[in-house]
Design a protein around this ligand. Sequence first.
Ligand SMILES: C[S@@+](CC[C@H](N)C(=O)[O-])C[C@H]1O[C@@H](n2cnc3c(N)ncnc32)[C@H](O)[C@@H]1O
Length: 293
Amino acid sequence: MPWIQLRLSANEETAEKYSDWLSACGAQAVTFIDAKDTPIYEPLPGDEVTYWSNTVVMGLYDASHDMDKVLSYLKSIHPDKDEMQYKLEQLEDKDWEREWMDNFHPMKFGQRLWICPSWREIPEPDAVNVMLDPGLAFGTGTHPTTSLCLTWLDGLDLTGKTVVDFGCGSGILSLAALKLGAEKVIGIDIDPQALQASRENAKRNNVEDRLELYLPKDQPQFEADVVVANILAGPLRELAPVITAYAKPNGLLALSGVLEEQATNLLEIYGQNCTMDPIAVQEEWVRLSGKKR
Ligand SMILES: C[S@@+](CC[C@H](N)C(=O)[O-])C[C@H]1O[C@@H](n2cnc3c(N)ncnc32)[C@H](O)[C@@H]1O
């Protein structure tokens, strides 16, 4: 089906409101990008989201939608009226899901670890291969925040270790840890779709008996050898006591989903209970890691 995309300029105050407007005008999907084109993690219903100061809110409409009507309505309620910054784009008639799948190829992280789309050939059958279909959850390995965690996990000896994956998404980090030798992983996510994707991916990799999955309201008390949390800087800050408590004394932590300018503050917070390593950088994202004292 052909689509029309409406891009509406916003900022951190207006982004959520404009997203509601686009949905109210019949958008099939609403996405946010910042001025640097970094996608914002998919917000959950009722969730607080960090918006960049120059956000573009994009609504996707099927081509038969009356966009003149949408635009005249938006202009009637927009604070800048006729100055409203927007762009309409006709998207080609493509199978979007298929195209995304076509662009997802096996990727290697560190020395041993491969993430392989479940519908593709495995390039190195003797390597540590995670077969993955992210479904509706975040986590394919293509995003620098995930890549930084996968490389970190690959560099550890996880044999017989216990791991907590906070914000497990597709389960990509949990599965990588299990395939790298971890005995047991606890995955936690606020999104039930993420838990479902993690469960299906665990089955795909025959490790479902070693992966426990929880919503935060049900999360168990547990002390793990290794904790990995790829969530945004805001939740990492707020949940620092919870995330740190999941590590045993001398346990290792990796924190991702952090922009370079947010690192100093998080290093201070986590440095209260952990000895922190130098940060690792990929594009504008950083990974913090350390050892709990
Ligand atoms: C950036 S994705 C990371 C997914 C995967 N671990 C990866 O590295 O690609 C962040 C995940 O954290 C989850 N999340 C966000 N806030 C959370 C919270 N407060 N508690 C638990 N999970 C959370 C989101 O639902 C999402 O699946």
